[in-house]
Design a protein around this ligand. Structure first.
Ligand SMILES: Nc1ncnc2c1ncn2[C@@H]1O[C@H](COP(=O)(O)OP(=O)(O)OP(=O)(O)O)[C@@H](O)[C@H]1O
Length: 252
């Protein structure tokens, strides 16, 4: 049986008496790609904020491989191994894609020294792996400033992976993407499954159907349902809570 990478135990927070996240319990196993679904205002972003340490919880616990990281400051949560995309100002626009990944992958803290003297072979191999995983091989010499939106997002994901997080949090990774970029993002996430533990908030149902094994549905700050894509799609509670927001129905 896989180890439990991320465990939320009755996690909650109130804003002025309003419970935005209300006693959420969730277990994400090592190597799992879990999708968090819910209508606008369901509490998805707030839940991610509680896990990443951006917002302090008022109840419950967050455990990373059994270690309590509840209400740690954001930088400590990140250092403990919970990486969140879009939060780290990670892309150096004037460096190439490959150089960006080299900087993120190396354990040597001096960027200038690394760029001048080169990166060790181990880091280079790791960068090659990440370029392949994120489909960035063909643009590896391109300056980050010149990348398309999709390529920039995949580079951000690559930078996160390079920092060896134990758990990756992704907030709407396909936002602003074309259909082709969305399909590519699905391919990348499927390739990451099994190697990385990922919790992803996403609205695009076609994308969710493509990538998800297990879905957790949030509604009014609580877990409404959890199951496979098929189980979630035929769950009458989910349909009732979510159909009105056009969420669970396919757009065409
Ligand atoms: N700092 C805050 N102060 C007061 N209310 C807040 C705060 N942050 C979130 N909320 C409220 O908590 C609820 C959950 O918000 P949240 O942004 O987590 O929902 P969401 O599921 O991510 O929605 P969306 O899909 O629209 O991003 C909403 O009603 C929101 O207005």
């Amino acid at each position: 049986m896989s180890a439990m990478a991320l465990e939320l135990k009755s996690l909650g927070v109130s804003f002025g008496g309003f419970k935005a996240v209300d006693g959420v319990s969730l277990q994400v196993a090592e190597g799992e790609l879990r999708v968090l679904l819910g209508a606008n205002g369901a509490g998805k972003t707030t839940l991610m904020d509680l896990v990443s340490g951006k917002t302090r919880s008022s109840e419950g616990r967050v455990e990373l491989y059994g270690a309590d990281v509840t209400n740690w400051p954001e930088y400590r949560v990140a250092r403990a191994g919970i990486g969140r995309k879009f939060q780290i100002p990670s892309v150096f626009r004037e460096l190439s894609v490959r150089q960006n990944l080299c900087v993120a992958a190396t354990r040597e803290p001096s960027i200038v020294r690394n760029l001048r003297w080169g990166f060790d072979r181990q880091d280079g191999t790791r960068v090659d792996e990440i370029l392949a995983l994120t489909g960035l091989e063909s643009v590896q010499q391109r300056q980050a400033a010149d990348l398309s939106h999709g390529h920039t997002q995949w580079l951000e994901l690559g930078l996160l992976i390079a920092q060896r997080p134990k758990v990756i949090l992704l907030d709407e990774p396909t936002a602003g993407m074309t259909q082709a970029e969305t399909r590519k993002t699905a391919q990348i996430l499927k390739a990451l499954r099994g190697r990385h533990t990922i919790l992803v908030v996403e609205h695009d149902m076609a994308f969710v159907r493509d990538i998800a094994e297990r879905i957790t549905v949030l509604h009014l700050g609580r877990v409404l349902a959890e199951g496979s894509v098929a189980e979630i799609e035929r769950d009458p509670r989910v349909r009732q809570a979510y159909l009105g927001s056009h969420g669970i129905a396919s757009p065409c």
